[in-house]
Design a protein around this ligand. Structure first.
Ligand SMILES: [Zn+2]
Length: 378
């Protein structure tokens, strides 16, 4: 465990790479802490060839303006987008074409249902909900598959990233929607498709277009095919609403990772503000949650309990925020295990996990403790 660079404490859980305790992040001198935090993220990103911050080129040097996510990159000749997917020089040389409506950087594979999806505890693949309109079986959909659409690139820079392989891709990972759609439609045992990553925000037009293509191909068949998005919520409002509408009509759902409530904590852990995420969550939940009128929640929230940082006080703020919109929105708390730049933190202490679980249940009716096996619980 590290030492807090600002208050000197070694008593608390302090990430070695971040070098600042939760207390100082939230209550310390922000004029000193913010540059430190941004610098930590910049150094970590340099190691993997990503730009330190979202590029903000000024006129007349702008070659590409992207508004898919909160970072709203403006790229000049030499720039790379924050997500890493748009690189002006490599595109010019043909080495790395931009993702588009028809082509995406993706690693797709099939997973037997019910999968370890964070929403498996309430969705049609893992329960009897949605039967018979949106599910083939009255009970978990054994014998069927989920198409896991792992999308490369991310709009955040979480120091604890549990899928850091999304940062490493090449032209070999670029696929066109026609090929993918045919492949997915051909396997009749696939009943759902889940976009995750990275985060889908960096490739929203591709993900929407692929879903629409598949829907078009199966429209005259009696085929169940649910579409879900699992994301950090930082996307452009018009695009994310399209995803919501596809999830809604196909029996799928949208999972928001609400990593923090405090913006300062989000900056520290994930390098980017969570303002857009919280606003998007509120927008979609107020407009769509409960509108399907059946036993299938349209949306959910999920929080990873980072030891020492995303403690029960943070979970309480998140749960309170979610319940202020609707107390029936499903909420999953996930046990953390050390990964990427935060391998030194170990797993969420049992006490922190159980306390957070109890606190969340004070606000919300549907709370689930995921990854319980990490604590030896069943
Ligand atoms: Zn401190």
């Amino acid at each position: 465990m590290g030492t807090c660079k600002f208050c000197g404490t070694t008593e608390k859980v302090i990430s070695e790479v971040l070098q600042v305790c939760r207390n100082c992040i939230l209550q310390g001198d922000w004029s000193k802490i913010k540059p430190h935090i941004l610098n930590v993220h910049a150094q970590v990103r340099k190691l993997v060839g990503l730009p330190e911050r979202p590029p903000k080129a000024a006129r007349p040097n702008i070659k590409l303006k992207c508004n898919l996510c909160i970072n709203e990159c403006c790229l000049s000749e030499k720039d790379i987008s924050y997500c890493g997917l748009r690189n002006i020089e490599l595109r010019a040389s043909g080495e790395l074409p931009y993702p588009s409506k028809s082509n995406g950087y993706i690693h797709g594979y099939i997973d037997p249902n019910p999968t370890n999806c964070c929403n498996g505890w309430f969705c049609p693949a893992g329960t009897s909900s949605g039967y018979p309109d949106f599910s083939n079986l009255k009970g978990p959909e054994f014998g069927t598959f989920s198409y896991a659409a792992f999308l490369y690139g991310c709009t955040f820079n979480c120091l604890f990233c549990q899928n850091a392989s999304h940062k490493f891709f090449s032209k070999r990972n670029l696929f066109d929607i026609e090929t993918l759609a045919n492949q997915i439609v051909k396997n009749e045992k696939i009943t759902c498709l889940c976009y995750f990553g990275g985060t889908p925000e960096a490739q929203l037009p591709f993900s929407i277009n692929l879903a629409e293509k598949i829907i078009e191909k199966i429209k005259n068949k009696k085929r169940i095919m649910r579409f879900c998005w699992e994301w950090n919520g930082s996307g452009n409002r018009d695009w994310i609403e399209k995803c919501m509408q596809i999830a809604l009509k196909t029996g799928g759902n949208i999972k928001f990772d609400l990593k923090s409530f405090n913006e300062k904590l989000n900056l520290a852990l994930c390098g980017v503000s969570n303002k857009r995420t919280l606003n998007n969550f509120r927008f979609l939940a107020e407009k769509y949650f409960g509108t399907r009128g059946n036993d299938m929640p349209e949306m959910s929230a999920c929080t990873l309990m980072v030891p020492g940082y995303t403690i029960h006080e943070e979970v309480e703020l998140i749960a309170e925020f979610v319940s202020s919109i609707n107390e029936n929105i499903p909420f999953s708390l996930l046990i953390f295990h050390g990964d990427y730049q935060m391998r030194d933190l170990g797993i969420t202490p049992r006490k922190q996990a159980l306390k957070s679980f109890e606190v969340a249940k004070k606000y919300l009716k549907n709370v689930n403790l995921g990854n319980k096996f990490l604590l030896g619980l069943t």
